[in-house]
Design a protein. Sequence first.
Lengths: 425, 278, 328
Amino acid sequence: MLNGERHRSRLLAALACAAVLLLTACGGSGGGDGGDGGPVELRYSWWGNADRAALMQQAIAIFEADHPDIKITPNFSDFAEYWQKLNTESAGGGTPDVLQMDFSYLREYGDRGLLLDLDKSENPVPVNDLLPGLQQAGVVDGQRFAVALSGNTWGLIYDPAAFQTAGVSVPERWTWEEYGAAITKVAQTSGMAGAWDYTSIMGVFEIWLRQQGKALFTEDGRIEATPADLERFWQQGVDLRAAGAFPPQDKVAQALPVTVMGADLAASTVNLDSMVTRYAGESDREFALGALPSSNPADLGIRLRPGILLSAFSGTDHPRQAAQLIDFMVNDPRVGEIFGGNRGLPASNAQRAAATPKLSATDAAVAEYEKTIAQQLTVPSALPPAGVGTADSAFLRINEEMAYGRISVQDAAAQWFSETEAALR
Amino acid sequence: MTTRVRSVVWHVAALAILVVLLYPVAWTIGASFTPSRDIVGNLELFPATPTGANYARAAEGIAGVSIWSFFRNSVVLAVLSVIGTVASSAMAGYAFARLRFRGRGLMFTMMIGTLLLPFHVMIIPQYIIFQRAGLIDTFVPLLIGKFLATEAFFVFLIVQFMRTLPRELDEAATIDGCGHLRLFWNIILPLSRPALITVSIFTFIWTWNDFLGPLLYLNSPENYPLPIALQAFIDQTTTSDYGAMIAMSLLALIPVLLFFLAFQRYLVEGVATSGMKG
Amino acid sequence: MTAGTSAGPALSRGLRPSAGPQQAGPGGRTRKSLRTDGPAGYFFLSPWILGMLLLTLGPMLASLYLSFTDYNLFTAPEWVGLQNYVDMFADQRWRQSVLVTLTYVVISAPLKLAVALAVAMLLARPRRSQGFYRSAFYAPSLIGASVSIAITWRALFSDDAAVDRVLTALGFPSGGWVGDPSRALMILVLLAVWQFGAPMVIFLAGLKQIPRELYEAAECDGAGPWRKFWSITLPTLSPVIFFNVLMETIGAFQAFTSAFVVSSGNGLGGPAGSTLFYTLYLYERGFQDFRMGYASAMAWMLLLAVGLVTAVLFRTSRSWVFYNDGSS
């Protein structure tokens, strides 16, 4: 893979250089520093807002004090811009030394030789203190391309007041049918829609399948579900929409960039539990977390999922120092204390303990929720195939077409399958 | 109609258009004084509970980098871009508009051709060039193109303006024994002032607002210009501070507005007034 | 390149218009006159030539090559011949993006130009308060298409917001436009029209370039304002009009940022793909789906289409654009 990467680089570079004969630097290599005895410079990139950047600055200061021989050049942007920049840099051979990684893109980057096998580096990053469900999260075909620094899982996020007003009590666990009836009743009695259209999220479809003993993707990265499965799933959504359980799609689109929950358009949603932080930031309502509906009471079909992962660039000049930084960011309790719940709930026990006193009420509720379903979270998440990001956004987009009544359930399912098959290749 | 009545009608018409035109600007100003969480979804022009907190947070800077640093970077980039673009585009424009030489038609076609390709497919090859040259995290990738007239828009604009200047000027100057450099400097450039001012204004504003270039080529927060800093208030995976972002984006408008105010009056003095003094 | 290196001697020797009266006139565009300004031409063009060779030509050729490959950004491109170009026509979303873009070009470009010219005419006459008006009319264009403007624009066109209220008061209850796939594109059209400042300033600069004497002469002949507009303003302004028409058309074909920040939510170009500009889809394929080969093919397809439009505009311009330098 590395060979291919270099080959590609050379081809493009040759094309560019053909016109750049005057630029003498063109022949030179990207060359590293460190030879001159000064501190080694590591580029570290992450996504996140200004708050995270401020906390990161504190953490970096501690790291640099511990390692006077390393200097960190930070770089941060919003999630979407982060990937645009990282994709460009990686195509051009300028991937940062240490970078934040998302579960959906891990294969995209790992399979193509861009990431360092952290087990094989001079000082492997220890993962023995991580929650059991997260220890293997960054491993791709036996190579540790990333280490999880936080985790989350799926849940039901709801507004207890809205359910109470509607006279609907929230049990410990619902079946999908019961949940559908409950949100319809909420919509009819309270005037607020009962739920955000959970059939628009591919992750929920995957869980719904798993609760029935099926899977969305095969282990070798093909689609295992059938169009009939998807039609059944989406039909649920169409029926609930017709019953008024979901907010009208034009209102949902209008509320953006605020979420449906944040804009107070619905009383509940099935989503990643960490999303409650965002909802709480957008809305004045109080939210609670509960187990998501399941047709199988014994199995919610959920896994502990890595929230944020850290990777190092395979071409870094300083693999040892890169691994040190990752170790520090993942395992050092001081980092956990600085961030609290800002990066999600920490993956390592040491950081989780250090972060606990600093958690906001919302983050503490998430931690509490994960504790109550801990026995469900022992199976590690399967690594999603390359192209899953495309499949995910196609799912949301095609569902939206359906919500506007522009496409039938059958056509929608067929379209998603054809787009996803092409994306997974 | 007397001139006076006509003048009143003119002002009323212009003001009426302006009210419609500036309503969104007024709304944005209102939003900057609205509590951050209430901004999206708010429909009213005036905030119910005005607050200055957004500006206070914007003024704090980001991750230890002060807001002045972002302003300074933006000013440096914009000013150098204006200098580079005006100089290089005026030269290229003069060559295309007034001179005859082999290959002119082909090169002009190539220049127009560069306007037609969506820039997104150029991003990666261009990044590779600057990456190999070791120029990442410097201002060079953002500026060198401006000094090399790569923005065909501006070259073409100047060409179109220079072509409206009477040919007789060149002839008269030639008879006076004027060389191309003097003809360019003493006659063509002064007469093209409206075009050059236009190019300056656009370059300044577009550089000021450019987001993608700085995003790709700059890494260190100390090098960020304003548009990158603005984006730092937003993150879709956690929370977004729209209030601080809007407040800072309005503060960021002040220098551009001043630049426009300072330069727009030179637009008035075209050939018609500053005349054929040559 | 030789022009750049030989600039020294060129300065002393060649940088003098050797064009005598016999070549400078209207008939000057003959073969043999083409050589006359050679050294000077290359000297003045040297920055541009350098920029073309260093920064533009290579990337353009690279993208042309990539358009014939399967390229995922990270591993070597694989040659697939014309496959990407063929695939496009079977791609439903591509067809949708073509339709959206054509609609946008046809509506937004003429509308924006008309408004820009009208306001420029309004502001052309010297008046005391003119600086104020010019700046105020230009103000929207200072802002660009940022996230701030996206929030503002969405708020204006929501249910029961400013636009809805005014229309309802006028007897046209419209509801929100933002979440309505049949109207969302109009929001972007209006955003483009609202930011008419660039063509307006160019028109203004062009109007200022028209010698006063022409109008004075026409007034002596008893011409009214309408005649003056048709027989003096329009012809003299025609190079600038041509520039604006061409640039706004090309710009509309390549529109990206407004849809990227204003209307993208559940996927790019929402709601329901109603604002999926061509370049937006290109971006999605290239940078989100890791199909840069396909994206490059899309780019070159657009280049061909817009190139055709441009060529037609240039061809027709011969009959309606008048240059002072004797050529047309």
